[in-house]
Structures are given as C-alpha cells and as structure tokens.
Design a protein around this ligand. Structure first.
Ligand SMILES: NC(=O)c1ccc[n+]([C@@H]2O[C@H](COP(=O)([O-])OP(=O)(O)OC[C@H]3O[C@@H](n4cnc5c(N)ncnc54)[C@H](OP(=O)(O)O)[C@@H]3O)[C@@H](O)[C@H]2O)c1
Length: 288
C-alpha cells in the first residue's frame, strides 16, 4: 500500500543533519514530529510547523515513517531500544552513519527497516544534489519513496540492510583519497610559492579525467583481467618515485605517496608486471 501524499514523519535526533532532515519534511508539507535528547534544538522547526514530542515513545507513535539520525549506532540502540514495541507497524529509516554489521543488527528490530546513508552536507538536504543511499525492506522503501525523495536523490540498493553503509564508507574512502592527494599536491606546490587556489582548477580538471579511468577499470575488475591499454604498472611506478623524491626534497610529508608506491610494488611483485593500474585490486583484496 502506498503512503498517503505528504504522510506524517517523525525525525529523532536534531543535530546538524537531523534539523536539516526535519526542515525538508516540514517544508514539503509533511506533518512532522521531532524529538531530541537535549531540549531547545527544535525551536526553529516548531516555527516551521513541526511538533515537538514530549517523549521518544510519543515521537515514534506519531508517524508511520520514523527517521532516526543520531551520532552513532550506540545512540540509536540507547534511544530507540526501549521503544521497540512502538515500532511495530511503522517504518524505521536509520540515517545514522555506521557499519554494515550494525545496520544488519538493527534490521532485526522490525520487518520494516530501511538503512540509509547521506552523501551530502546539511545545507544540501532537500535539493537533488544531496544523494541518499538506502537498503533494507523493499516494501517499506517503496511505501515511503516519495517522502524520502523530499530529502534528495534517493537510490535503493536492495534488501541487504548493510549495503547502504558499505557504499557509504566506500564512497567516503574515494573522497578521502582524492582530498588527501589534493592536499599533498597543494603542500608540494606551496613550497614553490604556488597558491592552492591556482592548483585547484587543474586538480579538478584532472579529477574529471580520472573518473573516466574508474569506469574503464571497473570493467577490467569485473572481467578479472588487467590489460595495460593506457599505461603499465611499471610506468606508474617510475613516476610515483618522482612524487616521493619531490616531496622529500621539498620537506613535504612522504607517507602518502610512499604508501601508493608500496602498493604498486606489491602488485608488480605478485606478478602483475605489464598490467594496468587496476591490478592493484588484488593487493586491496589481500591476494598480493
Ligand atoms: N553533518 C553532516 O554533514 C553529515 C553528513 C552525512 C551523514 N551524517 C551523519 O548523520 C549523523 C548525525 O550527524 P550530525 O552532523 O547531525 O551530528 P551532530 O550535530 O553531532 O548531532 C548528533 C545528534 O545525536 C544525538 N545524540 C548523540 N548521542 C546520543 C545519545 N546517546 N542519546 C540520544 N541522542 C544522542 C545528539 O543529541 P544532543 O543534541 O542531545 O547532543 C544530536 O541530536 C551521524 O551519524 C553523521 O555521520 C552527517
């Protein structure tokens, strides 16, 4: 059964993200009930028409869709654990960051459990640029698809409740890898008097090219072969050594590029001589 248009929503947790989620629901016309451990964080939301519940139990019982966004899974267990009975017949959407194991454990609480990950900062919530990843109960997700779509662009990955969390950490890893490389490069160029702002447009242009490599290498990984149609691992290794040497000469930390070099050397030592960069997947898989 589809939810009624603009069905009621409860948001538990009014930190930076929870407030943005509740504001998006209330702004889109959903009757919105909120609760937070520390009082006072609901004032702006009440001014936008949200209702502050006096207890967690009241908050859960107020809506067919209960969204929780707290610091971590322990906080979710502490806050909602004593009110599991009230969850019966409602959908719990957990937008708290956590591990796939924690998501699977919380999924045992109710058949209508959907785990979610938010790939956005609070300021983007309610816009299509915010993308949100979901997995868990297909039926519950379908029932509340329109409501969850108020928060941003929603993608459902299937019935394993842990998948959204796995995508989340994998995508954050992509972010940290890119940001570390940019920061390392900015430190290196900074030693030559180049501002980070001058480096940034080139870093962005190159990052766009690298997204093409990702698509190409994904195909190689899934086929299990790593033909070097572009450059061999040995060619990469030779230039990596320049990055390490330049860093050392400039007094810039060498740990990041040296780590990349070490991973590449392991792939070559494991027999991927002449292979493409995608062969490093075997190192990450623990097979090299
Ligand atoms: N902010 C972002 O850009 C962003 C982006 C993607 C995902 N997320 C995820 O969203 C979640 C919330 O992040 P946030 O930025 O909103 O964090 P936050 O501003 O620090 O808010 C944390 C929330 O958790 C509550 N809380 C913590 N421990 C609790 C406990 N033991 N019992 C009950 N409530 C507890 C806090 O209540 P009090 O007000 O009482 O302290 C507050 O409502 C995190 O899992 C985070 O990883 C955040």
């Amino acid at each position: 059964m589809n939810e009624t248009p603009n069905g009621s929503v409860t948001v538990i947790g009014l930190g930076l993200m929870g407030q943005a989620l509740a504001a998006a629901f209330a702004g889109a016309g959903h009757p919105t009930t909120v609760w937070n451990r520390t009082p006072g964080k609901a004032d702006d939301l009440i001014a936008r028409g949200a209702v502050l519940a006096s207890s967690v139990d009241d908050a859960v019982r107020a809506s067919a869709l209960v969204v929780v966004c707290l610091s971590d899974a322990d906080a979710v267990r502490d806050t909602l654990g004593p009110h599991r009975a009230a969850l019966a017949g409602r959908t719990l959407v957990n937008l708290t960051s956590g591990t796939s194991g924690e998501a699977r454990e919380l999924a045992a609480w109710t058949a209508d459990y959907v785990d979610g990950a938010i790939m956005a900062v609070p300021g983007l919530i309610g816009t299509p640029e915010a993308f949100l990843l979901f997995s868990g109960s297909q039926e519950a997700f379908d029932r509340h698809r329109d409501s969850l779509g108020r928060l941003g662009t929603a993608t459902f990955f299937g019935t394993d409740p842990g998948l959204a969390s796995l995508y989340d950490v994998a995508l954050l890893g992509v972010m940290w890898g890119m940001l570390n490389s940019f920061l390392h490069g900015a430190a290196l160029l900074g030693e030559a008097g180049v501002d980070a702002a001058a480096f940034a447009p080139f870093a962005n242009q190159w990052a766009a090219s690298v997204t093409g490599f990702i698509s190409e290498y994904a195909g190689q990984i899934d086929k299990g072969g790593f033909p070097a149609d572009d450059a061999t691992l040995e060619t990469h290794l030779a230039t990596m050594k320049y990055l390490v040497r330049e860093s050392a000469a400039a007094g810039v930390d060498t740990e990041w590029p040296a780590r990349i070099q070490a991973l590449t050397e392991r792939a070559i030592e494991a027999g991927h001589t002449g292979g493409s960069y995608a062969a490093l997947i075997e190192v990450f898989r623990g097979r090299a």
